[in-house]
Design a protein around this ligand. Structure first.
Ligand SMILES: Cc1ncc(COP(=O)(O)O)c(C=O)c1O
Length: 379
């Protein structure tokens, strides 16, 4: 009964790992879940209060499909001021989560058989979205070393339409340097490609600077910025993301939005607006907490002989499993011997096969306990 396209994609590996954690918890096991992709903090109170007010004012109906004007304007202003990209409200579409924006983009720009370049490893949804839209992913390895122009050249073809970058990166934890992004930009211009730049972790940085590739000369007209409120404001359940795109592409995405989800949730849009317009202190506090956790994890893992690149952004440690089997073996070892849930790196692409992703969106107590358990089983 099912369409062939479904056979092209797998169940989300990250969500599957969370289900395993839940199952073990239900069986009464003392599980430490480090597979989550969402901040473990509460949504800031002033944002929740804005939603209560929106409810009292009965902002409970469909909004304009692209989003409420105030929010689109506030996003355009943020993109101009912070990301140095000359956007107006017309370029902005507010979506129910960044994921939906990614699907709408793929549906808008890909024809059957078009190719999309992905930096390997990459967050699981990119590949699925490309495939569901009829596209073919082409992988370029980018783990601990900057991507090389020649590697990009080696997979590009007549059918290549788009290249996807994601900085700060999930799962790798790296931030693309300006130099590396310039190389990618040059490549995109040379081969007349579109760029999807997923900047959803842009505020979760540890001493690094995030620059948007769309701000480079000749790039705005070929770049779609994907961003959202889930990570920055601990608002995963509110489902507010957005895209900033060249007008023609934005209109394509809007058509799909009109005929699928209609609009992003009305109350959440008002809450998100308050998040953007208010003090950003709550974001700084959350990032400060993530940084403390990152420091503990990286030090302890390295002390016990597990190599882990120091994450420069986002909240994932990408741990090399060499000496302890491959990613799947190490994941199983952690699960069976220590009730620790992580995500095997190969879920994100072949280049991740000697890594596991450990999310530090977990309490410091859990992290300390987790490090002790890991040390016990590998020593
Ligand atoms: C790179 C990246 N982009 C987008 C998303 C999804 O964001 P949203 O909750 O806005 O759909 C995630 C969530 O894990 C992510 O890691």
């Amino acid at each position: 009964m099912l369409a062939k396209r479904l056979s092209r994609i797998e169940e989300s590996a990250t969500i599957r790992m969370s289900h395993i954690a839940q199952q073990l918890q239900d069986e009464g096991k003392d599980v430490l879940n480090f597979s989550l992709g969402e901040p473990d903090f509460k949504t800031p109170e002033h944002i929740s209060e804005a939603a209560r007010q929106a409810l009292d004012l009965e902002y409970t109906h469909y909004t304009s499909s692209a989003g409420i004007v105030e929010l689109r304007e506030a996003i355009a202003k943020k993109i101009c001021d912070e990301n140095k990209v000359d956007a107006s409200m017309e370029n902005v579409i507010v979506t129910p989560g960044a994921k939906q924006a990614i699907y709408e983009l793929m549906m808008s720009v890909l024809d059957e058989g078009d190719e999309v370049m992905l930096l390997d490893p990459a967050w699981v949804t990119f590949e699925a979205a490309v495939k569901l839209a009829g596209g073919n992913p082409k992988w370029v390895k980018r783990v601990e070393e900057a991507v090389k122009y020649e590697s990009l050249e080696s997979v590009v073809s007549e059918r290549t339409k788009l290249i996807i970058i994601n900085s700060p990166n999930n799962p790798g934890g790296y931030v693309l340097s300006e130099k590396e992004q310039h190389e990618i930009a040059e490549f995109a211009i040379e081969h007349d490609l579109l760029v999807l730049s997923d900047e959803i972790y842009e505020k979760i940085l540890y001493g690094r600077k995030q620059v948007s590739i769309a701000s480079f000369d000749g790039m705005q007209e070929r770049t779609v910025i994907i961003n959202g409120f889930s990570k920055t404001y601990a608002m995963t359940g509110w489902r507010i993301g957005y895209a900033v795109a060249p007008l023609e592409i934005m209109k394509g995405m809007l058509k799909i939005q009109q005929h699928s989800v209609t609009c992003a949730p009305s109350i959440s849009q008002f809450a998100a607006l308050t998040g953007l317009r208010s003090s950003q202190e709550c974001v700084q506090e959350m990032v400060g907490e993530f940084q403390k956790r990152r420091d503990v994890i990286v030090k302890q893992l390295n002390d016990m002989g597990l190599h882990c690149v120091n994450p420069e952004g986002a909240f994932y440690a990408f741990i090399n499993t060499l000496g302890h089997g491959n990613d799947v073996e190490f994941t199983e070892l952690l699960l069976k011997e220590a009730y620790i849930v992580v995500t095997p790196g190969s879920a994100f692409g072949l280049a991740g096969k000697d890594y596991v992703r450990l999310s530090f969106a977990a309490s410091m107590d859990d992290i300390l306990e987790g490090m002790e358990r890991i040390e016990r089983i590998i020593s």
